[in-house]
Design a protein around this ligand. Structure first.
Ligand code: ADP
Length: 252
């Protein structure tokens, strides 16, 4: 069953057609990747799905209702949550505190605005702390939860960003080039974490990623974009053997 559907999406920037009539649908609980050369429209599609950019044409539906036209905070509230390229980490704060920032989506008793002064907010803080520890365990960082984020290698900092998104209990998690700047070993560890999250939490994941090893390893479905158009869709084996894909992307 279709969970998230992008239908005939169009995005123009002045005279540039950044996304041209792109359609795809994503099944619940799967890992869906978008690949393509620089400038092919991947980030623009993420921005269209999350409401950061308005569509020039087409529709986006989530759980059967149209979300195109909604503001980013409304879409986030529905459970579609993204990371950003180079998402910010507070280096002097601990790994755990950096992750707890992700809890904003469902706090009720003024955890962030009212300090920790009421019994309800103290209970909530404790609960969020426990949950943050759980997500740190899933991404493999529980041993270093109390270390300052600055002491971690760059590759681990990416996992903090992913854990932070997880704490907001997304239904759909969008990852924008999570392996950018990581070495091969770090990238593959990140890929493992993405698979573990999918297996243990069943969160639907949309991945934009250049590291082909990670994409091929984790994806249930892949679309390939070139110049704003969808040129191929399939499972890893089909994509890696598609001559058009090899020509525009893999063969570079
Ligand atoms: P990718 O993520 O695949 O590298 P993008 O979605 O970032 O590609 O960009 C697709 C095209 O749209 C590129 O030609 C880019 O220069 C252009 N573009 C992206 N964002 C904007 C913008 N805000 N204003 C004008 N052009 C943009």
């Amino acid at each position: 069953m279709t969970y998230l559907e992008v239908k005939d999406a169009m995005k123009r920037f002045g005279g540039l057609q950044a996304v041209n009539n792109v359609s795809f649908s994503i099944k619940k609980g799967t890992i869906f990747s978008m690949i393509g050369p620089n400038g092919s429209g991947k980030t623009t599609l993420l921005n269209l799905i999350t409401g950061f950019l308005p569509l020039t044409g087409g529709k986006i539906r989530f759980e059967g209702r149209e979300i195109s036209g909604k503001a980013p905070f409304q879409i986030a509230h529905l459970g579609i949550i993204r990371t950003f390229q180079n998402g910010s980490i507070v280096k002097d704060a601990t790994v755990l505190d950096n992750v707890m920032i992700g809890a904003y989506r469902y706090t009720k008793s003024g955890f962030w605005t009212g300090g920790f002064s009421t019994p309800n907010s103290r209970k909530e803080e404790k609960w969020i702390r426990e949950k943050a520890k759980e997500v740190l365990k899933i991404v493999g960082l529980e041993q270093i939860a109390n270390q300052p984020a600055s002491t971690l290698p760059f590759g681990y900092q990416r996992l903090i960003e992913v854990a932070r998104v997880l704490l907001s209990e997304p239904k759909v998690m969008l990852l924008d080039e999570p392996a950018a700047g990581l070495n091969d070993a770090e990238s593959l560890r990140l890929g493992e974490a993405i698979k573990t999250i999918n297996r243990e939490l069943g969160i639907t994941t949309i991945l934009v990623e250049h590291h082909m090893g990670v994409v091929m390893e984790v994806s249930d479905q892949i679309i390939v974009l070139n110049n704003g158009e969808r040129i191929a869709e399939g499972i890893a084996r089909e994509i890696s053997q598609n001559p058009q894909v090899i020509e525009v992307y893999l063969g570079r």
